[in-house]
Design a protein around this ligand. Structure first.
Ligand code: PGA
Length: 250
């Protein structure tokens, strides 16, 4: 059985003190939740706040990006070793905002995935099509290309530990969610492609989230789909009561 994983992607929101305030309110609201893994991905500058506040709780945390090299002259970048030492379990890689605004290609994402895995960080690897792709009927082709490019050379045993996130770009931050059956269809396709790439055992094990305008009132329907193993949540993860309600979708 795959344990669902609900991750909050805070993007460029919340200072350290704001993060502390969030945790003070959020922790009691989700205490005792066991049906899903809860993950928070704050900005780098708030990782230490989450690390301290989440100790001994049911909350894991991660970063939103990292560099593919372990150290060196890369001004402004953060390495896998730094994230690991900060207590991160996960790192979001290949988010569409990274691809779009920071020019990350599948080849770059692939290098990052390899470095993360080699440093015992679990990637949350994002893929997803633009509206024009969906309208042109090329969703599967685009998503397959991203998957093959980002997962090139990754062993089955590593793929099985990862989290994949299907995030149709037209649904991110727009309030326009994919219907649960549209999301299920693409996620089932992703699972089949993972099977073709590295075998059915890894395809059965890998957890695949849906992301894009997931809210407390649509989470249950999405999560009821057989291939959807969780959610990657932006806007609705910023407010403690709303994110706690979403986590408690059951
Ligand atoms: P959203 O963002 O929930 O605000 O649509 C999701 C994401 O970008 O991960």
């Amino acid at each position: 059985m795959r344990q669902p994983i609900i991750a909050g992607n805070w993007k460029m929101h919340k200072t350290g003190p704001e993060t502390q305030e969030f945790m003070t309110q959020f922790l009691p609201l989700v205490a005792g939740v066991e049906h899903c893994e809860i993950v928070l991905c704050p900005p780098y500058t708030a990782l230490s706040v989450i690390a301290a506040a989440s100790q001994g709780t049911n909350i894991a945390f991660g970063a939103q990006n990292m560099h593919w090299e372990l150290q060196g002259a890369f001004t402004g970048e953060v390495s896998a070793g730094m994230l690991k030492a900060a207590g991160c379990k996960y790192v979001i890689l290949g988010h569409s905002e990274r691809r779009e605004y920071f020019g990350e290609s599948d080849a770059v994402v692939n290098r990052k995935v390899k470095t993360a895995l080699a440093n015992a960080l679990l990637p949350i690897l994002c893929v997803g099509e633009k509206l024009e792709h969906r309208e042109a009927g090329s969703t599967q082709q685009v998503v397959k290309g991203q998957l093959l490019g980002s997962l090139a050379g990754i062993a089955a045993v590593d793929v099985s530990k990862m989290v994949l996130a299907y995030e149709p770009i037209w649904a991110i931050g727009t309030g326009r969610t994919a219907t649960s059956s549209d999301a299920e269809e693409v996620i089932a396709f992703i699972r089949a492609e993972v099977g073709a790439l590295v075998g059915s055992a890894a395809a059965e094990a890998v957890r695949i989230q849906y992301g894009g305008s997931v809210k407390p009132d649509n989470a249950a329907e999405l999560m009821a789909m057989p291939n959807i193993d969780g959610a990657l949540v932006g806007g609705a993860s910023l407010e403690p009561a709303s994110f706690a309600k979403l986590v408690r979708y059951k």
